[in-house]
Design a protein around this ligand. Sequence first.
Ligand SMILES: Cc1cc2nc3c(=O)[nH]c(=O)nc-3n(C[C@H](O)[C@H](O)[C@H](O)COP(=O)(O)OP(=O)(O)OC[C@H]3O[C@@H](n4cnc5c(N)ncnc54)[C@H](O)[C@@H]3O)c2cc1C
Length: 426
Amino acid sequence: MLPRLVIIGSGWAGFYIAEKIDSSKYDVTTLSPRRTSAYTPLLASAACGVFNFYLAEDSVRSKARVKQHFIKSNVIDIDFAKKVCRCAPAFEDDDEQLPEFDVEYDILIIAPGCIPNTFGTPGVEENAVFMKNVSDAMKVRKILFDLLEKANLPNISPERVKELLHIAVVGGGPTGIEMTAELDDLAHKELKGLYPGVADKLSIAIHDVAPNILSAYDQKLYEYANQQLVNRNIKVHTNSHIEKVEKDCFYTKEDGRIGCGMLIWATGNKNVPLLEKIEVRKTPKGLKRVITDSRLRVYQAGDGDVLHDGVFALGDAGDIQNESLPTTAEVAVQKAKYLVQILNLGGGNFQQHEPFKYEQKRLVSYIGQRDGVIAGDNEHEGWTGHRAWLAWRGSNITWNRNWRSRIMIVFTWILNSIFGKEIAKI
Ligand SMILES: Cc1cc2nc3c(=O)[nH]c(=O)nc-3n(C[C@H](O)[C@H](O)[C@H](O)COP(=O)(O)OP(=O)(O)OC[C@H]3O[C@@H](n4cnc5c(N)ncnc54)[C@H](O)[C@@H]3O)c2cc1C
């Protein structure tokens, strides 16, 4: 009988392992509430019609992986002594109370990622839009078009139009800035033609609690990005504290009530509920992550350096002891690659393998109108402009690992440049 390899999560880390693991060596099961894996860096572009939604995700089920099992469920607890995951079927809109069940493992890979953190801000869960999955990207597009149609009604006041067509993006990191950039591009091109007299009233503002946007970049680059956005009439509110969010407005400590048609929450991570439950060593403050050794093996809870047998953690939910890395797809994929290579060699004595080494790639962000920023290094202070945009667009293709989708993305770009985006069709 083959060793049972169970993967918790079908995101960047879990999906990579399911895709690349040698199924002739392991009996593989993925446990996840999602049967697709989102290419998160592509969500903002998909929401704004740069390519079709289905190109921003991949299916866990595939002809190439027929030997593997997928069970649509949330892992709610892990019994490490018995090597069992307790699972609850995951069907959001289903009233049927399906019973829980157990899945046994010999090797367990914990990769449930993390979820958006609202920092307890009242009304965010109910009224904001998040950007984590393709369903969120679809929601953004649907809301945007509903807002434009409402603003186009004959009996609507100019004051109401102003509020309806105000979009607030909370979070000035790469996710929030790229969302803003794609929305602004859309407003300046396709929407102007589709909604004459309406689209030009669309306004976008970024709110961030920090003193700068894109603070992971050097000062020169984040100041450049800020200035470019301001030049395009995008309001950048740094040091802005959101106090509560309501259906048609939100309140900041600095400016009080601000009316808006849509608020996109693109900031903060918190751990999934499973991490509260399980008996492993975790990071003590802030986002709880499972602490691993440098070979991604999970420590038991407590002070002794005792490892759980055959248990690994990676992606946003895992972090290496004393070598903390950011919660990014880049880190998740590099760790998944490392682990799968060893497992495909047969696993065995992990100690004989080299520890994981992270290779930092350049940060690239899109800031709209074919402009972007690329982080520098000791030899170069970084790049901006068209070159950065090209690098970012190029990375869009490499994020997607499915060749069919890659070809479709390039093909859609060509069609878009000739005929414009097929944006209004949802
Ligand atoms: C809009 C956006 C843009 C981004 N852009 C970039 C970028 O340009 N570059 C970059 O490097 N990073 C980027 N990131 C960050 C990147 O997406 C994350 O770091 C990455 O998703 C982490 O991978 P993961 O596998 O740990 O978790 P995820 O990809 O979040 O996957 C977690 C999986 O686990 C499942 N799950 C959750 N709980 C359970 C449970 N209890 N049981 C079973 N399954 C569970 C989830 O449903 C999901 O399938 C971006 C993130 C967002 C949201």
